[in-house]
Design a protein. Structure first.
Length: 142
């Protein structure tokens, strides 16, 4: 499992730009970004190279970021690549609450928020190997 940051932002012009500026000025590299919106606020989900440092930088700038464990899988970049993984998750009764895709380097990565404990054991039974956090972001040495 890897760490994903979730930040709630007012649904107003410039708020996402300000958040991106905070991360960029703190030398945080975003690898994946997903934004969902409502009338009043946006939900921003971020996979980055240093989630602990990013969380601190956001807090220092008035943002409230929560950390959630998500699974990341490298998938074949072909039609049906995602369906193959989703079918295996379904077979072991893991539910996908939400998902989004990203390119990290030359790889196609799907990030999935899963429910249905024990997640780790079920992934093993399904024959699925998640990406190691070291393959996604720089582990915090602090």
């Amino acid at each position: 499992m890897i760490d994903q940051l979730t930040v709630f932002l007012p649904n107003e012009p410039g708020t996402l730009a300000q958040l991106a500026h905070v991360l960029g000025s703190n030398n945080i590299q975003m690898h994946a970004l997903m934004v969902a919106d409502t009338t009043e606020f946006g939900i921003v989900r971020i996979i980055c190279d240093n989630p602990k440092k990013a969380s601190r930088a956001l807090a220092e700038n008035g943002y409230r970021a929560t950390t959630t464990q998500v699974a990341a899988f490298e998938i074949d970049n072909v039609p049906g690549g995602l369906a193959k993984i989703l079918s295996k998750l379904s077979e072991v009764k893991l539910n996908v609450e939400y998902a989004y895709c990203a390119s990290i380097g030359s790889r196609t990565i799907d990030v999935l928020k899963l429910t249905g404990e024990p997640i780790g054991a079920k992934l093993v039974r399904a024959g699925l190997k998640e990406l190691d956090p070291a393959d996604v972001y720089v582990p915090d040495a602090e």
